[in-house]
Ligand binder design. Structure first.
Ligand code: DX5
Ligand code: ZN
Length: 221
């Protein structure tokens, strides 16, 4: 069994060949399919929604790791759960009643994740840390694939890893933004164990198979 998971981010794939890209991701040995839902409000970009998630669900067995970068996510939890999301991750910045939101995601039969923007301190997670299934640390300001990794986030991952260990939590610690074969080991070393990759996965010269392989081989476990 892998000691860490790789979650290619579907928005960096070629949508004209979506089913092929997903099949290649699966045979490359990726663990989850990361799906960046953006609403043009919480973040400037608009990407994909529940119809897209539902279409992907029909062609893959990979768990769908849905990252909601949308205002008022509470209104859409059910629809994403019905569309086939396995994990639903919400931003602390968008949830006035974070604890309730996490409980609601679990009640829908999904794994519940929480995430935070680079400028939001790790302490914003404290209330829900004991009950979440996943913590996602953004290592870019959310909005686009292909941005540069923020090395300041290494310390934040380490801080959250220490908090999870103190709680004896088994939650996944995922990182997202600018993850490459060079930056993955830096985050792995401080305790991250799920790696989202957009460009490094799908824009690799050997396609997603080469991208996943390079990420996998970037650390020896
Ligand atoms: C950033 C998204 C990421 C993005 C990652 O707003 O949440 O998941 O697609 O893309 P790369 O790996 O290219 O930075
Ligand atoms: Zn994401």
């Amino acid at each position: 069994m892998n000691k860490f998971l790789i979650a290619p981010s579907i928005i960096a794939s070629d949508f004209t060949r979506l089913a092929d890209e997903i099949a290649a991701t699966e045979s490359a040995g990726a663990d989850w399919l990361h799906m960046d839902v953006m609403d043009g409000h919480f973040v400037p970009t608009i990407t994909i929604g529940p119809l897209f998630v539902e279409a992907c669900k029909r062609v893959t067995k990979l768990p769908l790791d849905v990252h909601l970068m949308i205002s008022n996510p509470d209104q859409y939890l059910e629809v994403f759960a019905k569309a086939g999301a396995n994990n639903i991750t919400v931003h602390v910045e968008t949830c006035p009643n974070l604890l309730e939101t996490i409980v609601k995601i679990k009640s829908l039969g999904c794994k519940a994740g929480v995430t935070l923007n680079p400028l939001t301190p790790a302490s914003a997670l404290d209330e829900v840390l004991p009950i979440v299934d996943l913590v996602l640390v953004m290592s870019v300001t959310p909005g686009y694939s292909g941005q540069a990794f923020m090395p300041e986030m290494i310390g934040k991952v380490e801080e959250i890893r220490n908090k999870l260990n103190a709680l004896r939590s088994q939650a996944w610690l995922e990182v997202d933004g600018g993850i490459t074969a060079d930056t993955l080991p830096l985050m792995y070393k401080v305790g991250a164990n799920v790696f989202v990759a957009g460009n490094a996965a799908f824009k690799h010269p050997q396609g997603v198979a080469g991208g996943v392989r390079a990420l996998r081989e970037s650390v020896r476990v």
